[in-house]
Write a protein that binds this ligand. Structure first.
Ligand code: UDP
Ligand code: MG
Length: 329
């Protein structure tokens, strides 16, 4: 598929738009108009039809009016004002929902990502990938609070997901529209779209991109984000691996706990009858009761989760499989 001639068009999508650029912005006055200029400069060289969707994520400075002014002047600029601050992931999600392009490009509003890199992302996409993620090889952020925690988070994410990207947190990414179909984003999950896509069979790649120091405004995040990111990863890993069979996880843990409770009880009885140790002199009976109770609760939680999963899939008509393609159907 080329950028100029998209290969697939669904009914709702306008045939005129090749690329939708999605930009979340929270209190980025001054940055958004400069970003728009740089985007125009970069994209006009590519000979593609594009739109830019700014999502104003509840800004309280002049970002909103600055964006409205840009939209007044340029018809390919769309602005979505959210009623309050919902977070970057929700802002991306709103942009994706309103995008008409065959290829979706996301980037930050604070000029840390460079629109010039969009060309190399698109080239990579055209060489046969579905998702191309930017890699901030020379990251210009504070070392102790951002670069180091994010290096650790990236390693953990790669380990748990089995996908090897260097930089999940880089907002500059390009996706073929189809890969985003059915993706629902929660929490800090926008960074996991490549993982999700790869799990669903998409071909993913990364290209090194420039990363500038933030010159205006301030970062909206601190250290706590890394913790949220890891928790989000556990959620998607759980949902992907066990989303249709949660009782396997709860049940295995529960049955193990019950088995350990019997071992503990047996040991206590051996101590009592073979070594004359009174039951009240060892914590083993207590441990047996605790493990048994926890085990039964876990098994029951697994059964409840099974009921919830069935309700979830059946109420929304969801399938437990995804078809790639069919013939004569
Ligand atoms: N952002 C947003 N909503 C938020 C937090 C951030 O839309 O609740 C936007 C922000 O305006 C910027 C991008 O997300 O365009 C990345 O935020 P930031 O630069 O603060 O993150 P960092 O680069 O420090 O990781
Ligand atoms: Mg930034």
């Amino acid at each position: 598929m080329s950028c100029n001639q998209p290969s697939t068009q669904s009914n709702q999508e306008s045939p005129e738009t090749d690329i939708s650029v999605i930009v979340p912005a929270l209190n980025e006055q001054g940055n958004v108009s400069r970003l728009y200029e740089r985007l125009t400069e970069a994209l006009s060289k590519l000979n593609v039809k594009y739109e830019v969707i700014f999502v104003d994520d509840g800004s309280t400075d002049n970002t909103s009016s600055e964006l409205d002014d840009i939209a007044k002047q340029y018809s390919n600029v769309k602005v979505i004002h959210l009623v309050r601050n919902f977070g970057q992931t929700a802002a991306f999600s709103a942009g994706i929902d309103h995008a008409k392009g065959q290829i979706l490009v996301t980037l930050d509003a604070d000029l840390q990502n460079d629109p010039k890199d969009i060309a190399s992302l698109l080239n990579k996409l055209q060489s046969g990938f579905d998702v191309v993620s930017g890699w901030r090889k020379q990251r210009n952020d504070p070392f102790w609070t951002r670069v180091l925690p994010s290096w650790c988070a990236n390693k953990i994410i790669s380990f748990i997901s089995g996908i090897s990207l260097h930089d999940y947190g880089c907002s500059l990414k390009a996706y073929r529209r189809d890969t985003l179909a059915g993706v629902k984003l929660y929490g800090e999950m926008h960074r996991f779209i490549p993982i999700y896509a790869a799990w669903m069979g998409a071909r993913i790649a990364e290209v090194p991109v420039t990363h500038h120091k933030r010159s205006m405004g301030s970062s909206k995040y601190g250290l706590s984000r890394s913790v949220k990111v890891i928790l989000d990863l556990l959620t998607i890993k759980f949902l992907f691996d066990y989303g249709t069979k949660p009782s396997y996880v709860f049940g295995t843990l529960g049955l193990t706990a019950i088995a350990l409770s019997f071992v503990s009880l047996a040991w206590a009885l051996v101590l009592k009858y073979a070594f004359q140790t009174s039951l009240i002199k060892t914590p083993l009976p207590l441990l047996a009761v605790l493990l048994f109770t926890v085990g039964v609760q876990l098994v029951l939680m697994g059964l409840l989760a099974e009921v919830m999963v069935r309700t979830y899939h059946e109420a929304q008509g969801k399938r437990i499989y995804v078809i790639k393609d069919t013939r004569n159907i």
